[in-house]
Design a binder for this molecule. Structure first.
Ligand SMILES: *[C@@H]1O[C@H](CO)[C@@H](O)[C@H](O)[C@H]1NC(C)=O
Ligand SMILES: *[C@@H]1O[C@H](CO)[C@@H](O)[C@H](O)[C@H]1NC(C)=O
Length: 442
């Protein structure tokens, strides 16, 4: 009797210890509150590249970051499949989150409630945002690895075992889907406003807030960063850059085609303090989704609708060339139109000195300032500084597309919880930079 009781006690104790051990194991490996990944500049295209650690056995694949991209897709070519790769089927909940054409192509299956149809792959169109090329892909899952962060350093590698992505398999040779993407890049990392974008999948996997910060560097030799999750965003020398953010509402384009884009409400443009005159109705998004201001990591330079471009360049040049200035205009080089001889503009450690271009947001006090470091680009072939804005023509979709060069050394926070965008203007004025995140593991 006693032995049986003792056995029972022993087993209970073991079970209790096991239970405590599992509880302990889970508490010692808490869910990360934020994730961090370095962001490299490609000098030729000004695209921003992340190196994705994925597959089994692990592989590292460079991807171009597309702020508007709905999900991540990979050119998988004819390579050996990863052992952890899984295909998603038409009847899966994940497939329903994607813009799949399951229900279009297999409508008869669904109508007949025919079981074998449910095993059909979840076909989705994969988009190359630069060329408007669309190609066939399937939704798959695989393991993705990324560093967690405490806001100051990478802490440890965490895995997302079933990250959903668009899989583009094809025979030997290259695929047109990669046309125009930076050299070596094998796909797109979509950060857009959609259910399968990187930020949404990370925040739902690890149950942290749906916010992410983007900070792009101004050189290919040093890295900027993306932090998925909330602040702090600590940068050398000990500054939480989130304290530098001003906020403006995030606007939604009513046209489903543009719903994954991040739009903000620019209400006027000033050069220094002088408003640029143009038809302000261009700045609102109309019911067809035309107009407004969006942010892009794909376009190298800010694109302005033609009439805005003409007024802005005229007013900007008039202010730079005001009486008494030494600015010497030179023949422009496409795609730019306003260029000055390199040595003829005043220079400080922060860059060339030209009048600020101010994007006025929801009120006169909330202003995104584009100063010389982000407005003027050095064009070596003509030894000149050119105004780094381009003419988008009269039929451009958004009136203003803020490009990647204008984002350099600016911290942006996309806050989906409060539907707002935080922006810092140039961090150089606060004596820090996007390449000041410490990527040495803590
Ligand atoms: C995590 O961070 C360390 C230190 O920066 C780096 O060496 C490593 O490659 C990172 N791992 C992943 C999966 O990004
Ligand atoms: C970067 O972080 C590491 C690890 O915490 C630390 O030892 C190092 O001093 C930091 N570097 C700078 C420049 O702060």
């Amino acid at each position: 009797m006693a032995t049986s009781f003792q056995n029972h006690l022993l087993i209970s104790t073991i079970l209790l210890l096991l239970h405590l051990f599992t509880a302990f194991a889970t508490t010692t490996a808490p869910k990360p509150k934020a994730l961090v990944i370095p962001l490299t500049r490609d000098d030729t295209t000004l695209q921003r590249i992340i190196k994705l650690n994925h597959r089994t056995p692990p592989k590292i694949t460079p991807l171009t970051v597309d702020l508007s991209g709905e999900f991540l897709w990979l050119d998988c070519g004819p390579i050996t499949p990863s052992t952890t790769n899984r295909r998603i089927h038409c009847d899966s909940a994940r497939c329903a989150l994607a813009n799949s054409n399951c229900h279009m192509t297999h409508i008869t299956c669904y109508n007949n409630n025919n079981n074998p149809c449910k095993k059909l792959p979840c076909n989705i169109p994969l988009k190359n945002p630069l060329q408007n090329i669309i190609n066939k892909g399937e939704l798959h899952t695989d393991v993705f690895r990324i560093n967690s962060t405490d806001g100051s350093n990478p802490v440890r590698v965490v895995s997302v075992n079933r990250f959903t992505y668009g899989h583009h398999a094809h025979g030997p040779g290259s695929t047109p889907l990669l046309k125009g993407l930076a050299k070596g890049v094998k796909g797109i990392a979509g950060l857009g406003r959609s259910k399968l974008s990187l930020p949404t999948q990370f925040s739902s996997t690890f149950k942290f807030v749906d916010k992410f910060a983007l900070c792009v560097s101004s050189s290919s030799f040093t890295d900027g960063f993306i932090i998925f999750g909330d602040k702090p965003y600590n940068l050398f020398p000990g500054l939480d850059a989130s304290t530098l953010l001003s906020y403006t509402p995030l606007l939604t384009n009513p046209n489903p085609q543009f719903q994954s884009d991040y739009y903000i409400g620019v209400t006027s443009i000033k050069i220094f303090q002088n408003p640029v005159k143009f038809d302000k109705s261009l700045l609102s998004i109309n019911k067809n989704g035309i107009g407004g201001t969006k942010i892009s990591t794909i376009n190298p330079y800010t694109i302005l609708q033609s009439s805005i471009y003409k007024s802005l360049t005229r007013d900007f040049a008039a202010q730079v060339e005001r009486p008494g200035s030494f600015a010497k205009r030179v023949n422009p080089i496409a795609p730019f139109t306003v260029c000055y001889e390199g040595g003829s503009l005043p220079f400080t450690p922060i860059g060339v000195v030209v009048p600020d271009i101010n994007l006025v947001l929801q009120n006169e006090k909330i202003v995104w300032t584009i100063s010389g470091t982000n407005s003027m680009v050095m064009v070596n072939s003509i030894n000149a500084y050119c105004l780094a804005f381009v003419d988008g023509g009269l039929n451009s979709k958004a009136a203003i597309v803020i490009g990647s060069y204008q984002l350099e050394n600016n911290l942006l926070q996309f806050d989906l919880v409060n539907s707002r965008v935080g922006f810092s203007s140039s961090l150089l004025f606060s004596r820090t930079r996007c390449d000041n995140f410490n990527f040495t593991s803590a």
